[in-house]
Design a protein. Structure first.
Length: 500
């Protein structure tokens, strides 16, 4: 899931991390460009500005100062061209295989990949971009997993939500999305096993963009160790699955992604190596652990804040729930009926995208908007140049799911999953996961935010600083309460405090 992995760039770390990184990795280049912009301070570049301002403000200020089309900067020790607007998105997405190739920061590669792959071009190790992996993640292939998603969502809510009056959404959404990924990708449902893998992944995500010096006790050292632990565990899982396949013990496991990866050949007629399979699964797990859980969290945030949006989602989801028989799970036809719910989720993705953009490397000199982009430079595109542009989204700070009705936004303006050949192959998986979870939450609970003004910070993805604590109001309780009130509250975050 290369696009989602490269999305983990956003927070560009703290100034000290940046400085140390650049001292080690600063690269010389004689390539010249007439791009407007600034390379910032020697060694440090503009990393401090990026970290302090945040991606959205940083890019917006430089678009006004230098160019609304493209500008130069220096980030992560690399000379970089930042492409802006829908035209910039279109240019990068449509020239993926001609002028550009994938690129990750060294720190990310060392945390995620086997040492044998770290110095290889990213395109050689992102096996998720192979056509047959994309086929596995297409809607028609994912339909079989909807009932499993529904079953796990029900069990998760029953175990981790229903016994309590108050919960924190963000850590629980991470727990659910990671457990679901382990189940669907590798048929792992042992809670202790899942928790152990999750702990290793936490080390990775906490340290991928910290000080890139591998000294005992540092976050980066933890990321390196976490990556090795995950890779070792995955190699054991792959070896055990191979053993079961040879002994015909894979009967009940053949539908998961791991068995499919082991049995399918690529476009060259070759099987994937164990390391390639491990790279692919790590990509999927990192994506599901961070970006999908972030999306689930902020979808529920807006449902808790905006009563009229919640009511429309509830009406749509209750209609589906009432059409099901006792114990009957959701299916593809049910998902297709969730039109307003998905528009609501897309609006949440527009306002708080789970990631900020993606990198590429220039493989041949080219010109854009009258400027020269030299070979060897890196490029960066970001959701923030279009998602809140009033030309594309009038009154951009307003939460309005109707923006996605009919033909929806103009091409290349709504890009939470990227675009072109590198568009995130897991976007349909994320859609199913978000909708199934949303269905189960709203048909059981109303949500009341306990911290209306909770701050959102950025690590590898946007994070509510206190985990988004909410009060759960079961529907049977909300009906009882409604009999004692004149009207429903309309202030987001106020909800039911005055009624109890």
């Amino acid at each position: 899931m290369e696009t989602l992995i490269t999305y983990l760039f956003p927070l560009l770390i703290f100034p000290t991390s940046i400085f140390l990184f650049l001292l080690i990795h600063k690269k010389d280049s004689k390539n010249e460009t007439n791009l407007p912009g600034s390379s910032g301070w020697p060694f440090i570049g503009e990393n401090m500005d990026f970290a302090m301002l945040g991606a959205q403000k940083y890019v917006s200020e430089r678009m006004k100062r230098y160019s609304p089309d493209v500008f130069k900067t220096s980030l992560l020790g690399e000379k970089m061209a930042v492409f802006c607007g829908a035209h910039g998105n279109k240019f990068l997405f449509t020239n993926e295989t001609k002028l550009l190739t994938s690129w990750w920061p060294e720190s990310m590669k060392k945390a995620l990949l086997f040492p044998e792959f770290v110095n290889n071009p990213v395109k050689e190790v992102t096996s998720l971009q192979r056509n047959f992996i994309r086929d596995i993640l297409k809607p028609e292939a994912l339909k079989r997993y909807i009932s499993e998603m529904d079953c796990m969502a029900r069990n998760h809510l029953e175990t981790d939500w229903a016994p309590y009056t108050e919960v924190s959404i963000f850590p629980l959404s991470k727990k659910y999305t990671f457990a679901l990924a382990c189940k669907l990708f590798m048929s792992i449902d042992d809670q202790k096993h899942v928790e152990k893998l999750a702990d290793h992944f936490t080390l990775i995500t906490n340290g991928m963009f910290s000080t890139p010096i591998n000294i005992l006790g540092t976050a980066y050292n933890g990321a390196i160790k976490g990556g090795k632990l995950v890779r070792d565990e995955l190699m054991n899982i792959i070896a055990e699955r191979k053993r079961k396949i040879l002994k015909n013990e894979d009967i009940n496991l053949g539908g998961d992604l791991l068995s499919q990866m082991l049995s399918m050949k690529d476009e060259n007629g070759e099987f994937m190596t164990d390391m390639e399979i491990s790279n692919s699964i790590i990509g999927l797990l990192v994506a599901s652990y961070e970006t999908t859980s972030s999306t689930v969290t902020f979808v529920l945030k807006y449902l808790a804040e905006i009563p009229d949006v919640y009511e429309k989602v509830l009406k749509e989801q209750m209609s589906i729930a009432e059409s099901k028989g006792p114990g009957e799970f959701l299916n593809w036809n049910d998902i297709e009926k969730m039109k307003y719910s998905w528009n609501m989720a897309r609006e949440a993705l527009r306002l708080i995208p789970p990631a900020q953009g993606s990198f590429r490397e220039v493989v041949a000199d080219f010109s854009y908007a009258g400027y020269t982009i030299p070979k060897g430079w890196k490029t960066f595109w970001t959701v923030h140049t279009t998602h809140k542009d009033p030309k594309h989204f009038p009154d951009p700070e307003k939460f309005d799911p109707t923006r996605f009705e009919g033909s929806g936004p103009a091409p290349y303006t709504f890009v939470p999953f990227g675009g072109g050949p590198r568009m995130c192959p897991g976007r349909e998986y994320a859609r199913l996961e978000v909708l199934v979870f949303m269905h189960n939450v709203v048909t059981r609970f109303r949500l009341e935010k306990l911290m209306p003004n909770e701050k959102i910070i950025f690590h590898s993805s946007p994070t509510p600083i206190n985990g988004l604590p909410v009060r759960l109001i079961p529907h049977n309780e909300s009906v009882r309460l409604s009999k004692n009130m004149v009207s429903m509250p309309t202030t987001p975050g106020k909800a039911y405090t005055d009624m109890i």
